[in-house]
Design a binder for this molecule. Sequence first.
Ligand SMILES: NC(=O)c1ccc[n+]([C@@H]2O[C@H](COP(=O)([O-])OP(=O)(O)OC[C@H]3O[C@@H](n4cnc5c(N)ncnc54)[C@H](OP(=O)(O)O)[C@@H]3O)[C@@H](O)[C@H]2O)c1
Length: 340
Amino acid sequence: MATRSALVTGATGFIGGRLVSSLGNQGFSVRACGRRPRPHDLPQDVEYEAVDLAGGDDLAPLYDGVTHVFHLAGASSSNADEAEMERANVQATRNLVRAAPPGQVERFVHMSSTSIYGEEEQLPLPVREDVGPHPSRTYGKAKWRTEQVVQEATRAGLPTVVLRPVSVYGPGNVKLLASAILDVAIEAFAKLRTVPVPAKPIEQRLVHIDDLLAVTLHVAEADEAVGKAFNVVDGLYPSSHDIARILAGHFDLEVELADDPEAGPSHEERQRWHGEMVEQGMKQDIFLTKERFRFMRKTNRNNRVSIDALLATGFHFEHTDLEASIGSTITWYRDHRWIL
Ligand SMILES: NC(=O)c1ccc[n+]([C@@H]2O[C@H](COP(=O)([O-])OP(=O)(O)OC[C@H]3O[C@@H](n4cnc5c(N)ncnc54)[C@H](OP(=O)(O)O)[C@@H]3O)[C@@H](O)[C@H]2O)c1
């Protein structure tokens, strides 16, 4: 087989960093880029370039010898304001696709998001990839405009595939479900007896990082994927209560359903206990959110998305036992002292 050479953008991030290792295991030579200096844990044989894709730098050298592009660079509302989301998603992608040498790249995989569908306008359920999106939040709007940049490049001949994952969890994740795990870890540290959660259940949707990486490698090979977009969700749709019970169970706590949606310790108390945990050796990688269980609070009328298109390409999800997959994620956090 001819040497396959990958360019991974966003390689200093959660998903990109994991993808770099997976590609190495699949025999790709890898050039990685992020804005930060080279991460210390990047494998030695991975080339690294620190570059702002939205700046004015010539990006053509990034493509030297590259057959497959995995474009994961981007910014979300947890780490960027509106202007930065536009810059890091839309402008960065425009610059990157414009620099692609005609006819050289065999596959350009773009990491978008199901946030493009929006939460306000009711779409036909489960939401299929060919529906007209109505993004309602700043992040979803930026990701949708980014997809349009990619679509334009597809029409100009770039063999693209767009992936639209839901919330990604697993080892290395620092936000969303990770923050909820930290919330419960803090309450266990504080020796609280119960974990109060709002009595009204809210349906969730998740995908494990290893399944997302497997999808990413799969669409890089599957010819029928070219020119298409795929939703990526494990299809389990647990409620906020299901997740809270799994998390609480791993810390020997009981869930208490509370009528007051703000029940539970205050932000100030949680910050104080968090500080004490850091003093006892906990690393501060996971985001401590102001609201407890922030990730589980949002209702979304378009929560259920179709994965028929992805399954039709022969893909199978492995992480369909949520209890086990969340359990091994918690073990990983404990082993790495991201929680105590
Ligand atoms: N995590 C999820 O649950 C999730 C769900 C759906 C979709 N996605 C999408 O998946 C992609 C990766 O997500 P993630 O969670 O891994 O994100 P992340 O951890 O926040 O990492 C973002 C990456 O993008 C890079 N970046 C941002 N702006 C850049 C710029 N102007 N030029 C070059 N690089 C830039 C960052 O580089 P530096 O850190 O070096 O600045 C970092 O490597 C994103 O596009 C995101 O929208 C994520």
